[in-house]
Design a protein around this ligand. Structure first.
Ligand code: OMP
Length: 224
């Protein structure tokens, strides 16, 4: 079992999420539930998934004024997720208040730069077109805010870890060497992401869209 893999169950269908999670549960360390699942199934759905017995990573990527984010996270406290996400671009005060509002055992991690973006995308939204610079700057801000870690691509996790050696690093957008990239742009293999400093890997479609998700999870696990 690789406790370093969190399987992203991006589906609105509770039964489908439960079926995949049950099939792969011996090869992953946790379940990531995101906006697609949460919008369709809400807190009750999260509770049902928690019954499978794996840690829950609730990825709702909060990005709003500090008060709104803190109140939203407070409302999630009873679910006691192992990990939850905010956007680092929400700023230091928002991240500080997010951490203060979360349950004691919940790691709060901040998304630095989405793995679906590249340098030209950064430029198109008015930022310096250098993913490394952007990820390192936001990693330093997250560290100063006193949260637990960041989300970044495997291409930048080495630089982020150098900026925050004690941080917790979540790396999505990983693909087996021959895997389809889909909408992900800054992609590395699971092994390369771990070697570069990832604490955990978030893997969705390479497992969930496989003909045999259990076999796909095992094959990835074997490369780690
Ligand atoms: O916060 C995340 O988990 C996240 C951040 C990011 O920059 N990129 C990213 O892909 N994710 C999530 O990671 C998962 C990746 O899924 P796959 O591309 O199917 O492996 C999705 O659930 C995304 O929402």
């Amino acid at each position: 079992m690789s406790t370093r893999i969190y399987v992203a169950l991006d589906t609105p269908m509770l039964e489908q999420a439960r079926t995949i999670a049950t099939r792969v549960r011996h090869h992953v360390g946790g379940i990531k539930l995101g906006l697609e699942f949460f919008m369709a199934n809400g807190r009750a759905g999260v509770r049902e998934m928690a019954e499978i017995g794996l840690p829950i990573f609730l990825d709702l990527k909060f990005h709003d004024i500090p008060n709104t984010v803190a109140k939203a996270i407070q409302a999630l406290r009873p679910l006691e997720p192992a990990i939850l996400t905010v956007h680092a671009a929400g700023g230091r005060a928002m991240m500080e208040d997010a951490k203060a509002a979360a349950a004691t055992g919940t790691r709060v991690v901040a998304v630095t730069m989405l793995t679906s973006l590249d340098g030209p995308d950064l430029k198109s939204i008015g930022l310096a077109p250098d993913p490394h610079e952007q990820v390192v700057r936001l990693t330093e801000l997250a560290r100063e805010a006193g949260i637990d870690g960041v989300v970044c691509s495997g291409a930048e996790v080495g630089a982020a870890k150098a900026a925050w050696p004690q941080g917790f690093f979540v790396v999505p957008g990983v693909r087996p060497a021959d895997g389809a990239h889909g909408d992900q742009k800054r992609v590395v293999t699971p092994r390369a992401a771990l070697d570069a400093g990832a604490s955990i890997l978030v893997i969705g479609r390479p497992i969930t869209q496989a003909e045999d998700p259990d076999q796909a999870a095992r094959a990835i696990e074997a490369t780690l």
